[in-house]
Every structure is written in C-alpha cells, then in structure tokens.
Design a protein around this ligand. Structure first.
Ligand SMILES: C[S@@+](CC[C@H](N)C(=O)[O-])C[C@H]1O[C@@H](n2cnc3c(N)ncnc32)[C@H](O)[C@@H]1O
Length: 235
C-alpha cells in the first residue's frame, strides 16, 4: 500500500480504519503479487483521468471500503456498462477481490489500495462520478471513536462535490445509530437530495452478503440511504 502522503498532518490524524496484520491466504498472496500490476492503480496526488485505465469512456462508480469485495464483484458483473473503482486499505481484501476479478473476467473493475479519503480528495476530479457506494462502513461503536466514522459532514461534502449532476451516493449500514447519523448528515448536505422519503429500499443491484443475511434472520435491521446530486442544486 502506498504511504499516506500526510501521515503526520494534524488534519488527517484521525483515520476511519486500522490496517490489521491479518493473515493472508496463499491465493490472496499470489493474487497480490501476480494480479496487482494489472488491476491495481497507483495512488496519485492529483486528479487522474481514469478512462485510459479502463480502455473506454463509461460512467464511473467508486466503492469505498469494499472489504473482501463480494458485493463489489457481483455488482461489477451485473452492470457491465459501468466502470467501478474499488478503494480499500486491507491487503487480504485487495487480494480476495483480485482473485474474483480474474476468475470472473471483470474488465470493468479496478482497485486503488490507499486511504479513500485521500483518493477521493486528490485523484477524483470534481463532478466526475456517476455514483459512490459506501456499504457497511466501520460503525466505530464506542463514543470516543465516533470521530473515526466516514460519514460525517466534511467527507460527505467532498463526496457530493465529486458526483456529476444526477450522480448518486448509496450508503448502507446495519448499525441503527450510524444509520440515523447518515440520514442526518446526508440530509444536511446542500448539494444532495434524498431519492426517497427517509431510508431507501435495498436496490436490486446491492446483493445481500452472507453476514447481512445472517443478521436479517436474527431480526437485525439494515438501512440503505440513496441520495443524489440534482442537476441544479436542491429541487
Ligand atoms: C466493516 S468493513 C465493510 C466491508 C464491505 N463494504 C462489506 O460490506 O462487507 C469496512 C471496510 O472499510 C475499509 N475502510 C475503512 N476506512 C477506509 C478508508 N478511509 N479507505 C479505504 N478503506 C477503508 C476497512 O478496511 C474495511 O475493510
């Protein structure tokens, strides 16, 4: 993983993740060594036109924190006309998604292994994205850790600025207090409008993960939120 450029900056002292030394399967190690050069794009500290990396002009959706990439790969396979950029810092997850890209021949998916806040801030041009997915971001349950949550006003303002008019921001969480925070923060962002009245029904393109399915069977809730950047500010 590339080293965050401003590790010592007080502005970015609080990060939304901790990179753990988790064990990597041999397949993931091999995938990282052999497949990363083909599918992982290097972090760049400037806006990058990503269409040459995909070899075509197509709507681009960014996914932040894809974990092991189950949903990412399924969505990319189901939406071949859209390009997807998955951002993740967890090496075993990057290895796992690389394996899926190769197995399924997913030509419309690329990865950046770096802090998503810096990627969105520096690599993604304003008003350039068709969508952003943030599925089950770390809930950081303890109050003293709430400041690590991704969905807070400054990052949401940054995400909104990267959406093209008509582009959408889709968040999902299984932690109700975080869902409430998401609804409050997204509703307060002047560039965004809620596509639904409150929470959204789960759209068909977001697959149920094993973890989510298990939770739903136990009676736990899941909340989706889909906001968009209207063509001319708030309707
Ligand atoms: C709770 S997991 C959810 C993973 C996946 N989206 C899912 O639904 O299963 C959150 C993931 O976000 C990643 N993450 C958190 N903050 C990040 C950041 N700033 N940049 C990149 N990845 C981040 C973590 O490494 C972790 O894999």
């Amino acid at each position: 993983m590339s080293t965050p450029s401003d590790e010592n900056s007080p502005r970015r002292a609080i990060r939304s993740y901790v990179v753990r030394a988790g064990r990597m399967g041999t397949g993931q190690v091999r995938a990282l060594a052999e497949l990363a050069p083909r599918w992982v794009l290097p972090f760049a500290g400037r806006a990058v036109d990503l269409s040459p990396a995909f070899g075509r002009q197509a709507p681009l959706v960014v996914e932040i924190g894809f974990g092991m990439g189950d949903a990412t790969a399924q969505i990319a396979a189901a939406r071949p006309d859209t390009d997807f950029l998955g951002i993740e810092v967890h090496p075993p997850g990057v290895g796992a998604l690389l394996q899926r890209i190769e197995e399924r021949g997913l030509g419309n998916l690329r990865i950046v292994q770096h802090d998503a806040v810096e990627v969105v801030e520096q690599m993604i041009a304003p008003a350039s994205l068709a969508g952003v997915h943030v599925f089950f971001p770390d809930p950081w349950h303890k109050k003293r850790h709430h400041k690590r949550r991704l969905i807070q006003p400054p990052f949401v303002a940054l995400l909104a600025s990267r959406l093209a008019p008509g582009g959408y921001l889709h968040c999902a969480t299984d932690w109700q207090p975080y869902a409430e925070q998401m609804l409050e923060v997204l509703s307060a962002e002047p560039l965004l409008a809620n596509r639904f009245d409150g929470y959204a029904p789960r759209p068909d393109y977001r697959p149920l993960t094993k973890f989510e399915n298990r939770g739903l069977k136990l009676g736990h809730g899941v909340w989706d939120l889909i906001f968009e950047r209207p063509a001319t500010g708030r309707p």
